[in-house]
Design a protein around this ligand. Sequence first.
Ligand code: CUA
Length: 178
Amino acid sequence: MMIQEKVWLISVTLMGLLAAAFIFVRARSHERQVDYAPLQKRAYRLRTVFFWILVFTLGPVMLYTLVDLPYDPVAAERSGGTVQVVDAVGYQWRWDLSRTEFKVGDPVEFRVTSADVNHGFGIYDADLRLVAQTQAMPGYTNRLRHTFTAEGTYRVLCMEYCGLAHHNMISEITVVKP
Ligand code: CUA
């Protein structure tokens, strides 16, 4: 089973459980009244405990995952590597890349823009897995940094519907061993 199908199944199950709980509560809401004061007290106490559990678990997780932000876009230059700049222009309906061959491990900066309408600049590996993407917008240049970690033939596809031959916006990138 693919990961998407698993996630879909889990989501549907959880949505079903939530709906069932809602229906259950709704169905029982007309039953006899009971004294909720003690129950409320207990719930409030639990809420406080829950709050502190959240603070002490999610707090460190958040700090740990955010510590690298903001991602340093010029780290490659400072570590001595040279960034290869590539101009990428989207047209209806093709890509114009100033360079299409790269080496594994070399940081590349794609300067992506469009000559006409909005396009989506997506780089896919041989298995059609997306490895990097940005928007190609008229009048604006987006910088997309990517370091290829595996050799092979990559494809640049358009990720935004841009007219009749949108599906024909395909370019190839070759990545070779250093
Ligand atoms: Cu360009 Cu779709």
